[in-house]
Structure formats: structure tokens, C-alpha cells
Design a binder for this molecule. Structure first.
Ligand code: ADP
Ligand code: ZN
Length: 530
């Protein structure tokens, strides 16, 4: 390497050793850090736990001036600053939670150059005073953390991120490094375009997290399934359980506590103090289970999270990848477990139909959900599918449920036709729509009060589905919904209707290969161990 680079590298290594106490850089860190120290821009895609922070912290300590870090993680800024202070790094932050005098002290330190790193919430850059402040000091670099937040296509869009192009326009000579742990090729390109990083060096690490075992189980009794997972595979382990609603967060946390498992709730409806207290207990104490909505977790640096469990379907593969990525940052085995069922699909489709925003927005949400459903229903290696979503090729992993226990498929064309024709008969002949439970009752020939009252015993499809069990039928319906061969009504009642593709199945033009439902998941989870 040319002498300048050698010096740069030596200085970086010296900081790594003397300040952070590590021996060597990992992966692309050395290259990224040298690029930034030498004044170049970098776009870094690296999985959680890959070591992104050092990619801007080391250059900030080597280059003259203050490194400015834009981060949406306001709740973590104090922790980050404390952690750096403990290493002797002079750090401060500016966000909306501060008192004016606290803010002034940080601003003065910035101008005086007595800071190494300044963390900024993105909305601060909307304030002209902040821009003026940055002019009064010397900025060594800009780091844009969680850079995927600039993407409107992604799942975590923050409008304030759009303004970050101002950094390059106003301070063209200051190097920038943008970092994210999740980006599809589309999102990657969008980050580069919106942040004007097309000419930057792009560093794309493998997104694979080999120590995480991915498992997606059929949901039947989610709380009991979760308890079984925790008791048989993760006794005493720290982990995160994600639920969709605040109510189910509360109920699940209470349930676990009642079962003797130390669990804490976390959701946006809890007061800021409770949230902060629960978060800090989770970080500091051993073996706590955090039951949370997705409001929890971004930027959480706890190395020994042994499992991440989802009791509800994530809205996108990016979200799933990011949430599961919080497991096993220390590199030792961890479990990503998701329970998923028919009701999840109905609920999510319904939420999209009734969501705010225009048709384009709803199309985006649908595309995200469809990709997630594809991952759930695949009979191929989960990891191959997951990485393919991020544009990365890989071979079957041997460490996911489909690799360990190959799912069987069966020809469900006739079953699909029976179900869809029941929907057709009710809709076309009687102008009626129903949810999955009632339709399955009809196919099973169950004379429930509702079936009898509505006169549905006279339908020609009544009782023609008794070759399958109730659970198998729900599996059929779920898979039809997941593939768009069946739809959920757009009024938000959760009743089922045909889609454009349903006709292909009914006419016999389309074969429907289905995934065979695993036997009761609670038992299945226990077998691999013993
Ligand atoms: P990310 O932000 O990419 O999720 P972090 O920057 O938080 O990852 O780093 C993950 C963990 O790895 C941290 O505990 C960090 O101190 C550690 N780490 C990062 N780089 C190195 C390195 N070169 N050597 C040893 N440990 C490292
Ligand atoms: Zn696999």
C-alpha cells in the first residue's frame, strides 16, 4: 500500500488498541476506516453485530475536529455517550429531550473542539441554528446511522432523513459515512441516491448471521408454544418476544411472569420512565425476557440475547431480519422463532386495506407483506430465501427449520378448488361473504347453529371436505391467502373473497402445491433436542 495509507492504517490501529482495547479490525472495518480518515465517503451495509460503530468512531478520533453522528435513536444517546465516556472518549448529544442549559454546554464544547463525537437527532438539522452551529466548529466527518431510514421504499422511513442531503451540499469537503444493517438492493440504491453517495465507496458485507437458527412454526396456541420454547431450549436465557399490539405485550409478559419466567413489557403506551427503566434492566441484568412491540430494539447492544420470538407476523422481511438480528450478537448460537397462522394473514391484509395513505403506499405495504409470507410458506432453506431478499446468494444452511426437518408438499389443487367454490357459491348466488372459520365448518359438514341457521347445509360443497382436518383446512386457507389466490375483503371485516388469480385455480389451469402442516408445533419443538 502507498505510504499515506500505511500511516493512516497505523494510526487507526493505534486508536483501536489504545482506546477500544481490541487487537485487530474485523471484516471491512480497516478499509472503511482508512477511506474515511483519508477524506473519502463510504456507504456501509453490515449486519447487526458486524461492528459498524467503530467505522465512524475511529476516524473521528484520528481526524481533526468533531465527528457528527446523525442517529434516530434518541433513547439510546445517553447510553452511547456514557459508554464512550467510560473509554475516555469525549462525546455529547443534542436532541429534544434536553434542557436548554444542557444543550448549551454541548454546543460550547462542540465549538471549542473539546468533543470527539457529537450525536444529533435528525430533526435537529431542520433547525437553522443547528446548521449555523456546525459552521462555527470543525466537523471531522458525518456519520449517518440507520441510513435505511432515508428510504421511502423501506420499512422504517423517517421524513427527517430526507434533509440529510444538506450535509453534502453545505459541507462538501467533510467525509460522510452512512451505515445500515438492513437494505435490499432497491433500498441500497435509494440510500445512495438520496444521500448523494453514488460516488462513495460501497462496502457490502454478507448479511448472513450463521449462528442464528431461523424457525417459523404454525401458530396454534402461541403462549404455550412460546413457553415450551423457553423452557426446553432457553431456560434462564435473555431474549426478546415481539407482539403486534400493546395489549398482547401486557398479557404475554404477565403470562410469562405467572409461569415463573422473569419478563418485562415494553411498548409506546408505557410512560417514558417505565420504558427507560425496563430497557436498562434488560441491558444490565441477566436472563430477562423483554416482551415488546417493535418500538423496542433498534440500536440495542446486548450481546447475549439468546432468542428472538415473534408471536405475530412481522410486516416485512426487513423488519423480521432486523428484529431477529438482535439475537446472538456475540456470535454464539441463538434462536429466531416465529409463530404464524391464518389469522395473521387476515389481520395484516386487513390492516393494509384500512391503512392511511394512497394506493401506492398500500401497494408498497402489500409487496412487503407478500415477501414476508413467501418466507413463511417456503419449503426451501429459510436463510437462502432471506439472503436472496437482500440480493445475496447462498447455499442451504443446515441451520433452519426447513433444512433440519424438510417440509413435505402435497397437491392441494382439489382442496383449493373445494374451498374457492364454496366462496364463489356464497358470493355469487347469495351475495354473502364469510370468514375462514365458517367456510371450513361448511366444508367439514359441521351443523353448527350458524351453518344451520343460514341454510348452508344445502350448499353443494357442504361436507365435501371431511378428508382434511380443521387444522389442515386452515393451513390450506392460509396458504391460499399468502399466495394471493384468495383475498380479504377491503372493507376491513376480514371476510374472504376471490382474487383475479382464483379463477385459474377453479378452472384447473393452475396447480396448487401446498406445504404440509407440521404436527402440533409444541411437540415438534421438543423432538430435535431430547
Ligand atoms: P453494529 O452497530 O454493527 O451492530 P457494533 O458496532 O455495536 O455493531 O459492534 C458489535 C460488537 O462488536 C460490539 O460489542 C463491539 O465492541 C464489538 N466489536 C466491533 N469491532 C470489533 C473488533 N474489531 N474487535 C473486537 N470487537 C469488536
Ligand atoms: Zn436452511
Amino acid at each position: 500500500p502507498p505510504p499515506a495509507t500505511a500511516t493512516t492504517h497505523t494510526r487507526a490501529l493505534e486508536v483501536l488498541r489504545s482506546v477500544f482495547g481490541y487487537d485487530a479490525f474485523r471484516g471491512d472495518q480497516a478499509e472503511i476506516i482508512s477511506t474515511v480518515i483519508d477524506g473519502g465517503d463510504a456507504l456501509v451495509l453490515m449486519p447487526t453485530g458486524g461492528g459498524k460503530s467503530l467505522c465512524y468512531q475511529v476516524p473521528a478520533l484520528v481526524r481533526p475536529g468533531v465527528g457528527v453522528v446523525v442517529s434516530p435513536l434518541i433513547a439510546l444517546m445517553q447510553d452511547q455517550v456514557d459508554a464512550l465516556s467510560a473509554l475516555g472518549v469525549r462525546a455529547g448529544f443534542l436532541n429534544s429531550t434536553q434542557m436548554p442549559h444542557e444543550r448549551r454546554a454541548v454546543e460550547d464544547a462542540f465549538v471549542d473542539g473539546t468533543l470527539d463525537l457529537l450525536y444529533l437527532a435528525p430533526e435537529r438539522l431542520r433547525v437553522p441554528e443547528t446548521l449555523a452551529l456546525l459552521d462555527r466548529g470543525q466537523v471531522s466527518l458525518f456519520a449517518i446511522d440507520e441510513a435505511h431510514c432515508v428510504s421511502q421504499w423501506g420499512h422504517d422511513f423517517r421524513p427527517d432523513y430526507l434533509q440529510l442531503s444538506v450535509l453534502h451540499e453545505r459541507w462538501p469537503d467533510v467525509p460522510r459515512v452512512a451505515l445500515t444493517a438492513t437494505a435490499t438492493e432497491t433500498t441500497h440504491a435509494e440510500i445512495a441516491r438520496r444521500l448523494q453517495l453514488e460516488d462513495a465507496r460501497h462496502f457490502v458485507a454478507s448479511f448472513d448471521r450463521p449462528n442464528i437458527q431461523y424457525r417459523i412454526a404454525a401458530k396454534n396456541n402461541p403462549k404455550a408454544q412460546l413457553l415450551d420454547l423457553l423452557r426446553t431450549e432457553h431456560p434462564g436465557d435473555a431474549g426478546i418476544v415481539y407482539c403486534l399490539s400493546r395489549k398482547s405485550v401486557e398479557q404475554t409478559a404477565e403470562y410469562l411472569v405467572a409461569q415463573g419466567i422473569p419478563a418485562l413489557p415494553y411498548h409506546a403506551g408505557l410512560g417514558a420512565q417505565v420504558r427507560a427503566a425496563n430497557q436498562s434492566r434488560f441491558l444490565r441484568e441477566d436472563g430477562l425476557v423483554m416482551v415488546a412491540t417493535i418500538a423496542f430494539g433498534m440500536g440495542i447492544d446486548k450481546p447475549d440475547v439468546r432468542f428472538v420470538a415473534h408471536l405475530d407476523l412481522p410486516k416485512s422481511v426487513e423488519g423480521y431480519y432486523q428484529e431477529t438480528g438482535r439475537a446472538g450478537r456475540d456470535g454464539t448460537p441463538a434462536t429466531a422463532w416465529l409463530a404464524y397462522g391464518l389469522a395473521d394473514v387476515v389481520q395484516q391484509r386487513r390492516m393494509i386495506d384500512t391503512s392511511e395513505g394512497d394506493a401506492a403506499h398500500r401497494r408498497k405495504l402489500s409487496a412487503h407483506l407478500d415477501a414476508m409470507l413467501g418466507l413463511c410458506e417456503t419449503v426451501e432453506c429459510r436463510r437462502v430465501q432471506l439472503l436472496a431478499y437482500f440480493g445475496q446468494e447462498s447455499a442451504a444452511c443446515g441451520n433452519c427449520d426447513t433444512c433440519l426437518n424438510a417440509p413435505k408438499t402435497w397437491d392441494g389443487t382439489v382442496a383449493a378448488q373445494k374451498f374457492l367454490s364454496t366462496v364463489v357459491r356464497l358470493e355469487r348466488d347469495r351475495g354473502q361473504r364469510y370468514g375462514a372459520g365458517h367456510l371450513v365448518d361448511i366444508l367439514l359438514g359441521k351443523e353448527t347453529p350458524r351453518v344451520t341457521q343460514l341454510g348452508h347445509t344445502t350448499l353443494s360443497t357442504f361436507g365435501i371436505g371431511s378428508d382434511l382436518s380443521d387444522g389442515e383446512w386452515r393451513g390450506v386457507v392460509r396458504q391460499l391467502l399468502a399466495r394471493g389466490l384468495l383475498g380479504v375483503d377491503s372493507e376491513g371485516y376480514g371476510t374472504l373473497e376471490l382474487t383475479e388469480s382464483s379463477a385459474e385455480v377453479l378452472s384447473g389451469a393452475r396447480l396448487v402445491m401446498l406445504r404440509r402442516e407440521a404436527p402440533k408445533a409444541a411437540k415438534a419443538a421438543r423432538t430435535p433436542r431430547s
